[in-house]
Design a protein around this ligand. Structure first.
Ligand code: S3P
Length: 177
């Protein structure tokens, strides 16, 4: 068994679902953004502010490659942009099972509240502008996310329901292989 990757838009619940799934499957979990912060010793927002997005994307690809090398299977929660830069998606597809936590833009908008906080690419956006940005990102990123082996529509479901659905789909995938 390879790693299990959770991919999807910011606010789709990758970290939370990652922890719940890890518990259920008795696997260790890794949050890619947290690993990046550990590597740099500062927050993601600070990396974006001081070094810019290109630097962040290079680092993200490097940390993803390192994490993939772990011989023990992990549940890996990725940052929203991770599958869309460099050859990250190919690496993810090659190294285990990928799961796209899919949400409608309306749901993402509601989750981000009136104002997106702690998310450098959404900082300062609210109301209509925030909704438009989420919509545009979803349009650009959808084709990457949709290449995941498993797609879970998450609107209207709670964490235990989503976790259970992923678990059952993983069992089915395993039975196929
Ligand atoms: C990003 C999403 C963030 C983080 C960085 C860039 C993006 O992760 O990696 O701020 O490009 O969508 P989350 O999806 O966990 O918010």
């Amino acid at each position: 068994m390879g790693h299990i990757f959770l991919i999807g838009m910011p606010g789709s619940g990758k970290t939370t679902i990652g922890s719940a799934l890890a518990k259920k499957m008795n696997l260790a979990t890794i949050d890619l953004d947290y690993e990046i912060e550990k590597h740099e010793g500062v927050s993601i927002s600070t990396i974006f502010k001081n070094k810019g997005e290109v630097y962040f994307r290079d680092l993200e690809a490097e940390v993803l490659r390192e994490v993939i090398k772990l011989s023990v299977p992990h549940i890996i929660s990725t940052g929203g942009g991770a599958p869309c830069f460099h050859d990250n998606l190919a690496k993810i597809l090659d190294s285990g099972t990928s799961i796209y936590l899919s949400l409608k833009p309306e749901t993402l908008y509601r989750r981000h509240g009136k104002k997106a906080q702690n998310r450098p690419l959404l900082t300062g956006l609210e109301g209509e502008a925030l909704y438009e940005e989420l919509l545009s990102k979803l349009k650009k990123r959808g084709p990457f996310y949709e290449r995941a082996q498993i797609i879970i529509p998450c609107d209207g479901k709670n964490i235990p329901e989503i976790t259970q659905e992923i678990y059952e789909r993983l069992l089915k995938e395993q039975a196929k292989s």
